[in-house]
Design a protein around this ligand. Structure first.
Ligand code: SF4
Ligand code: SF4
Length: 397
């Protein structure tokens, strides 16, 4: 098989538009605690609904005025609008308005705490001598970075000034697709060939610094910078994400059901089509279209049923195609088999952690094996094993 070539340029996605106004939002939870909120509680835009126990993960907030109608392990459901008073009962008290928080003049530690409380994960902005703003579209067909650089420069620059206070870099570089004239204040623009997988952070670092390691470099996507910029501009919690869908760029409230986003974009998936949160190579197929948009989602892609033969757990035939395309220079066929047979230590020996999750191995796999899915499962299992081991050691101390 010839090596696949995917352009990272999408051209004009038109002006960034507002996403749908949904009657119900479903805010996804990722390890967040739901102790802060109860069912039937009234919320306003920006009300804290779920704090995260980790200091480096942003808390979750309501994007709408409404009432909490369900809480489970995976999501908080909010029905938008003001509830009608029940006849004979006093009206429920409304939620207090959310006051803006100024980030000016805060020390680095206080800034990190404030951002966490405003829904931004400080872990994306680690201290490093070099800060790279990744201005390449993340995947083929996802034009979000291009659009933000062209149309939201002031917000990005606001975000960058906050990012610089966290990262404290000596050098700030902006990776742009070769031929682009995009710039940001205080950045030196550097061209990168706009061909996938060059948009992946380790490859951007290699292209700009020549280094094959991420040590000493923090890479921030323009999507993260936009989120940071919105928080800095408004002083209010981050409750939106910018994503591309069907060639449009939309600012979508977190928790908006995917079905509503597709409807606004004029897309009606046929039975058998796969709806993918993310792009066609790295995205994750979603099980239900009432799933809410998550913070950080940058694209919604519909893969027609006829586009690819279905992926199956068939045996590897050792053709080696996956190894030929792997930018991490590992052996995806071997690694996936080790995970499949629960030989996680072997997968580690074969450098599973070096996988950049580009998805190219699965795309070329002759046997149509779910290689990226196996590798993600292996990484998650090894992470869980490592944290369980750390917890046991701490208990033994
Ligand atoms: S997803 Fe596959 S091809 Fe891409 S880096 Fe990982 S193992 Fe290599
Ligand atoms: S995993 Fe797929 S591409 Fe890789 S060697 Fe096996 S059959 Fe070939």
């Amino acid at each position: 098989m010839t090596k696949p070539t995917f352009s990272l340029l999408t051209g004009d996605s038109g002006p960034v538009q507002a996403g749908p106004e949904s009657g119900v939002v479903r805010i996804p939870l990722r390890g967040h605690s739901t102790k802060t909120i109860k069912k039937k509680e009234a919320v306003n835009p920006g009300t804290l609904v779920a704090g995260h126990p980790g200091p480096s993960v942003g808390d979750a907030h309501s994007p709408v005025r409404g009432v909490v109608t369900d809480i489970n392990d995976f999501e908080i459901v909010i029905t938008a609008g003001t509830p009608r008073p029940t006849p004979g009962r006093p009206a429920e008290p409304g939620a207090p308005d959310v006051e803006p928080v100024s980030l000016d003049g805060l020390s680095r530690d206080d800034l990190k705490k404030a951002l966490k409380g405003l829904g931004v994960s400080p872990s994306a902005f680690l201290k490093a001598p070099t800060l790279i703003v990744n201005g390449l579209n993340p995947e083929p067909g996802t034009g979000v970075a291009e659009v933000l650089l062209a149309q939201c420069k002031a917000t990005l620059e606001k975000g960058l000034s906050v990012a610089q206070r966290l990262v404290e870099p000596a050098t700030v570089l902006l990776a742009v697709p070769a031929g682009s004239s995009a710039t940001l204040a205080a950045c030196t623009a550097k061209p990168v060939a706009p061909v996938y997988p060059n948009s992946l952070d380790p490859l951007v670092v290699k292209a700009l610094t020549g280094k094959e390691s991420m040590g000493g470099v923090t890479v921030v996507s323009v999507m993260d910078l936009y989120g940071l910029g919105r928080v800095a501009e408004t002083g209010l919690p981050l409750t939106e994400t910018v994503l591309t869908v069907g060639g449009k760029a939309l600012v979508v409230k977190v928790g908006t059901p995917l079905a509503d986003v597709l409807e606004l974009a004029g897309i009606a998936p046929a039975p058998g089509d796969r709806v993918v949160a993310g792009g066609p190579l790295r995205g994750q197929a979603v099980a239900a279209l009432d799933r809410g948009v998550a913070k950080g989602d940058y694209a919604l892609t519909v893969v027609p049923e006829a586009a690819f033969p279905p992926v199956t757990d068939k045996a590897c035939i050792n053709c080696g195609e996956c190894a030929l395309v792997c930018p991490s220079r590992i052996l995806p066929g071997f690694v996936s088999r080790f995970v499949e047979f629960k030989m996680f230590d072997k997968a580690k020996d074969y450098h599973i952690e070096a996988c950049m999750e580009c998805g190219l191995c699965g795309y070329v796999c002759t046997a149509r094996r779910p290689l990226l899915q196996f590798i993600r499962l292996g990484k998650q299992t090894l992470e869980l094993q490592a944290s369980a081991l750390t917890a046991c050691r701490l208990q033994g101390e």
